[in-house]
Design a protein around this ligand. Sequence first.
Ligand code: AHR
Length: 637
Amino acid sequence: PIVVNPAIKTASISPNMWGVFFEDINMGADGGIYAEMIKNRSFEFQKPLMGWKLDNKPFREGAITVQNRQQANTNNPRFIRVQATDVAGSVLSMTNEGFRGMAVKKDLRYDFSCLYQHADNQTDIRMQLELIDTLGKTLGGAIIQPAVSAGKWSKFTASFTATATNAKAKFRITFTGRGSIDLDMISLFPEDTWKKRPGGMRADMIQLLADMKPGFIRFPGGCIVEGFDLNNRYQWKKTIGPIEERQLIMNRWNVEFAHRPAPDYFQTFGLGFFEYFQLAEDIGAKPLPILNCGMACQFNSAELVPMDQLDPYIQDALDLVEFANGDTNTVWGKKRAAMGHAAPFNLTMIGIGNENWGPQYVERLQAFTKAIRSKYPGIQIIASSGTDPLGERFDFLNQSLRAMQVDFVDEHYYRKPDWFLSNASRYDAYTRNGSKVFAGEYAAHSDSKQTAEKRNNWQAALSEAAFLTGLERNADVVQMASYAPLFAHVEGWQWNPDLIWVNNQQVIGSASYQVQKLYALNKGTHAVAISRNGAVMAGKDSLYASAVVDANTQELLIKIANVSATTQTLPIDIAGVKMQGKVVQQTLLQHPDLMAANSFDQPDNIVPVQTAVLCKSKTFTYEAKPYSFVLLRIALK
Ligand code: AHR
């Protein structure tokens, strides 16, 4: 039988378990959780009118031009100048295509804003704002006439309600009247953002994160931390403060090899470090920022900053701790307070580098570690590692990181489902002392040739579920874990599988999401002993299992994966618990077809099913269905 002993506590479960990894990949931020509907609102994309279409009939040279203030505003140099003449029968308009269109909901309010200035006081220029369908039919809008603001940039806001629902709307501004107007930061947000924050995030996407109650949120990546080159790296200081002053950059995932190339993929930083910290706080997750270590992405330029020029990078890390935790008398704490958050964000850990593996990394990390430990000894340091077939390199790297006594070694594994199944015991014989493991990016990649979102099939999710029993069993070693990547837009992804798939109207949690959520919501407080015929359950007879107790609720939580095609009858003996007459709550994830997946047509194909079973004898017998993963919840008292 399976024997569980709730009294034998083998490890404490870290409150950090289980976390999420956020990166602006697959349109995760711009076009994703950042609810801005206008693409290229400040005309700073590589091509200034990307995302915009001008209508100027009969054609008049110079009616709409892109101006460049260059040195006068280096962060946001470009704006648009419109010169209207109001000739009868003429048309002068500009239409924004949104991020793969704009999803519009009937009766929802839309909030428009822009920065503007007039050339002089001689203007009666009006702007008709409209959401339109693909045929140009209006879906609601407003006519506005900003007060004359000659030679001085001002902000204008207006709101209107949509009259119809549409999945692929656009936004058109038609100019009438006479005169000249300059426009910048042309923005449109729906009212129903997360927590109804103006300029906020897509609530339906964030809700799926909140539903997981993640222990931490790692941000902002991934490879975007590193950049194609150092110039393109993520620099958090450029992502805070007034949004019109945040200098955008091309997204590192604006790549040629993308399955859905996104040449228009930029990081506008409307979503920056302040917003990430605020998000962490909202969803009750610890913030885990990752910073560039002075090295660009090894798959691109592998550019290095010389050691004698590393100080500004280290200073960024020190200043970030002050931005998150400093009181309002500190330079950076004051900036945080000015953005609306006087209380600290309680930063406790920081990651230095992402997938930087060579000796150059060790050297740079040493310099960071020395400075951070000396100024902020309480901040935990996360170092980047890996687990790919270049095993020896990682052995050397891991030894170096452990010798430095980093708090966490961040391992990444994107592998086939079989790897996950055969590595469920990976941490059973792991070094118990010193640095802990952060399984910072992982996902099972099946060979399936299904559509992108269906590659998140049950085979992948079930193998992850089985593997994670090994992490739970070794909770003293693996103290943080996060699947990656988190989000993907079905019309603009560069990487799959991904945990959550979206289009502009829908959000679907993949089968892997259901597995993650089940672990996160049932993490317990202590791992306890579980064995079958005296052995750890790490794959024998296609069975995997772990067990935890929750000291708060006085419950035993057993997780069992059966990765075989047959039902297995499993007697379970729970030491010290009188089972006869007890109710066992079962939460089952199961599908007979390993290629099954959640999709936009069938979002609930693989979701947990709850049942309660009355135990009639001293030993409880669980019938493990083929290809199933179950949580059994039993009250201990
Ligand atoms: O999660 C996708 C990418 O995989 C991350 O950006 C990177 O860290 C890893 O290589």
